[in-house]
Design a protein around this ligand. Sequence first.
Ligand code: NDP
Length: 335
Amino acid sequence: NLAVLLRARPQGAPVLSDFDIVEHAIPKPAEGQVLVRARYLSLDPYMRGRMSDAKSYSKPVEIGAVMEGQTVGEVVESRHPDFRPGDTVLGGYGWQRFSAVDSSRLWKISPHDAPLSWNLGVLGMPGLTGWWGLKEIGQPKAGETLVVSAASGAVGQVVGQLGKIAGARVVGVAGGAAKCAFVTDELGFDACVDHRAPLDPALDAACPAGIDVYWENVGGAVQAAVFPRFNDFGRMVMCGMIAQYNTAPGADASGAPAGPNLGPVVRKRLRIQGFIVSDHGWAQYPAFRAEMLGHIAAGQMKVKEDVTEGLENAPEAFLGLLEGRNFGKAVVKVL
Ligand code: NDP
């Protein structure tokens, strides 16, 4: 059973030697559990948090344990009456080929709905994050301006396309010309700003009527540039701040204090709210999935994935995710 273990807790940016690649025994499912063979593994920014033992909303991965992650694959052996060998399931565990998981964590899904790997992106945790956060917090209305950072990524691509469906003017922020062109030409955003070029003039041009909703995926310099452009009663959905995951809290990549002056929160009556998708999102998974399948069928929800072949290449792909080298939802094809 090929697996990737956490060898060391990173100081700053993770490095390859923080991981171990091993062969270990295939686990035996206990009563109520199911043995799942992973076909695809999801790579997500939250995994950087699990590598650290800083206090958080979830427990860290122990040193020497399998890296945390969600997989999609098929049931090999079942000790629960609701699952049978051959069933396709979302919710296998970890950076490993075989996992024994509690049936309560598993979603039985149709392999015919969409390509299998999409269940980790547009139909999985990142898609659910975008759908829930926009519905419950961002609430863009027709004619409002929604700005989405990390716009070509797993969460960003869903948020922006849902914003378009809601009738908003949608402006992406992404790293580099190729990602920006994709965001406007393929995903249909109204504009996209390259965060590697000067942000202020580009945001002014892209958001002539100011910003009503900001979907925050990155923090740092992008957040600081967006903030003064909020309209009254603006909403900021605090989804993540990946630009700061490898640094001390509140500092940007250069170590300098990052973030805007918060004074206008009062004057403009802004609402800033963070959320963790696992708190409430999965309870609405069936409704989310049905709605997203409808958007996909209607051609209103395009998908871009960044597929890495082979579990042994997962560490390298994960380091790339933290540096913006992924173009689309990062998944690993488990061979
Ligand atoms: P993405 O697929 O968007 O990949 C990460 C992207 O972040 C990179 O491609 C890169 O895009 C961008 N990025 C990386 N470093 C920087 C930087 N220093 N400055 C600016 N941009 C950077 O990841 P996800 O869609 O999976 O996740 C997006 C965010 O959502 C993350 O912050 C994540 O932690 C958060 N999240 C939160 C959840 C919740 O429940 N609150 C659930 C799921 C995700 P580019 O090249 O365009 O800059």
